[in-house]
Design a protein around this ligand. Structure first.
Ligand code: NDP
Length: 429
């Protein structure tokens, strides 16, 4: 794609935006029809994805624009119900592209499978035996899932830890085996679980203990993605606020989140506002990403900010976000959900590593958007103006009345459902 800058995109109708996508992204007529369908995810498909299906639950799908990451243009599909998130992402995308764009990197896609062993007669001896048989264990794990080895991945290493060695409780004493598995472009839960389950009999034989849990860890701290941006203060100027004042406010807001869990949770929620919508739109497991991200924010013993913000020697604002990112471009529901397939086409990433990098870049952008608003006009000004449309709909407005009522609510500075109901009644008399 030539550019992710599409000026005036927000002013176009939904149909016009779809047509633009067809021209810019080579989406097929069928893709466009699928986007327009009321039941893009058919009840039949839904019924095969989960149990006891009674319908589907649609969410708005918007596009985060203006993203320039490692010199490549990205239009970012975002599935989310909260107003102002997509607008904020696109706004910051534009600010950062003027500063040269985001730079990102990712580790190899190494995920962790855990095996819990209890009741070992001698914990240390059991540990030593597992370590001594490391190569055989890895070989056996790979034999349980040869196709991932053929793709260049598979089990690569293992470690063993003893938990609660000093405890007198048999429930607390245990041996934990970590199997490190490169899952290539898959998130890998099923690959990992198959491998660790296959090792259980051998682990029991070697340790003389009993294996209980055999499952992946969602604390994917060997599958990291990192995004960075460097922004000259003049690009941060907002209304009467100088760029330096905005920059310093952002760094101070970061320090608040870094030192106070009450603030950090909300700060990080704002980051996940950028991350979850892409994870959902691309058919990935957002619970896994959420769990891993928050655990990573506590890795130093206290829950803190996922991002860091500082000022470099030239006075630029420097932002950084590093998170575990267990996402895939294949597997799970990714090739099953028709909209997820289209989201991947729009995003145009070649690998899970690349997807992970786009996701953290958008998370960093979302954090900057929230902090910039918070240290200037406050979050409500922009948010409530966009929220007013949802309030109008909740009050029963339809068609053209939605914009009429929402504009009136903003003008009256009374963005409440009660007030909106009064207006709907008045206008429909
Ligand atoms: P799959 O079980 O669908 O496995 C992915 C498959 O894709 C691979 O086995 C591989 O099969 C195929 N494939 C094709 N191309 C590639 C490639 N380039 N790289 C890697 N694999 C490729 O999905 P996952 O194992 O990723 O599991 C994800 C699902 O598991 C999600 O739906 C998640 O919700 C769910 N889950 C999550 C848990 C959690 O705790 N988070 C727990 C349990 C399940 P082949 O090589 O044979 O073609």
């Amino acid at each position: 794609m030539e550019t992710s800058r599409i000026p005036g995109f927000y002013k176009k109708s939904v149909e016009e935006r779809r047509d633009l996508l067809r021209d810019m992204h080579g989406l097929t007529d069928q893709d466009i029809n699928t986007l327009a369908e009321k039941e893009a995810l058919s009840p039949d498909t839904a019924d095969k994805m989960i149990e006891n299906v009674i319908g589907t639950f649609p969410l708005p799908l918007g596009l985060g624009l203006n993203f320039l990451i490692n010199g490549k243009e990205y239009v970012v599909p975002m599935a989310i119900e909260e107003p102002s998130v997509v607008a904020s992402a696109s706004h910051i995308g534009k600010v950062v592209r003027e500063a040269g764009g985001f730079t990102t990197e990712a580790t190899d896609r190494v995920m962790i499978g855990q095996i819990q062993v209890v009741g070992c007669p001698d914990l240390q001896q059991a540990k030593d035996k597992l370590v001594a048989k490391k190569d055989v264990l890895i070989e056996n794990a790979n034999a349980a899932y040869p196709s991932i080895v053929a793709r260049g991945g598979g089990a690569e290493d293992l470690e063993v830890r003893i938990l609660n060695e000093e405890s007198n409780s048999a429930y607390q004493q245990m041996l934990i085996l970590h199997l490190y598995i490169n899952t290539c472009d898959a998130m890998g839960a099923n690959i990992i679980n198959t491998m660790v389950e296959s090792l259980a009999p051998m682990v029991e034989e070697l340790t003389q203990g009993k294996v209980y849990l055999r499952i992946l860890s969602n604390f994917a701290d060997k599958c990291l993605a990192r995004a960075k941006c460097v922004i000259p203060p003049e690009l941060l100027r907002t209304g009467d606020f100088s760029g330096e004042v905005v920059r310093d406010g952002i760094v101070s807001a970061y320090e608040f989140a870094a030192s106070d869990p009450y603030r950090a949770v909300t700060h990080n929620k704002g980051i996940m506002n950028g991350i979850d919508p892409i994870v959902i739109a691309t058919g990935n497991d957002w619970r896994a990403v959420e769990a891993g991200a928050h655990a990573y924010a506590s890795r130093n013993g206290q829950y803190g900010s996922m991002t860091t913000w500082s000022v470099d020697k030239s006075g630029n604002l420097v932002g950084d976000l590093e998170l575990p990112m267990s996402v895939g471009t294949v597997g799970g529901s990714i090739r099953v959900h028709p909209i997820a397939k289209i989201a991947h086409n729009i995003l145009n990433v070649e690998s899970a590593q690349e997807l992970a990098q786009v996701i953290v870049a958008v998370g960093l952008a979302q954090n900057l958007g929230a902090l910039k608003a918070l240290v200037t006009d406050g979050i409500q000004k922009g948010h409530m103006a966009l929220h007013s449309r949802s309030v109008a709909i909740a009050a029963g407005a339809t068609g053209e009345l939605i914009d009429i009522v929402s504009e009136k609510l903003v003008e009256m500075k009374e963005i409440r459902v009660g007030k909106a109901k009064e207006l709907v009644e008045e206008y429909t008399k």
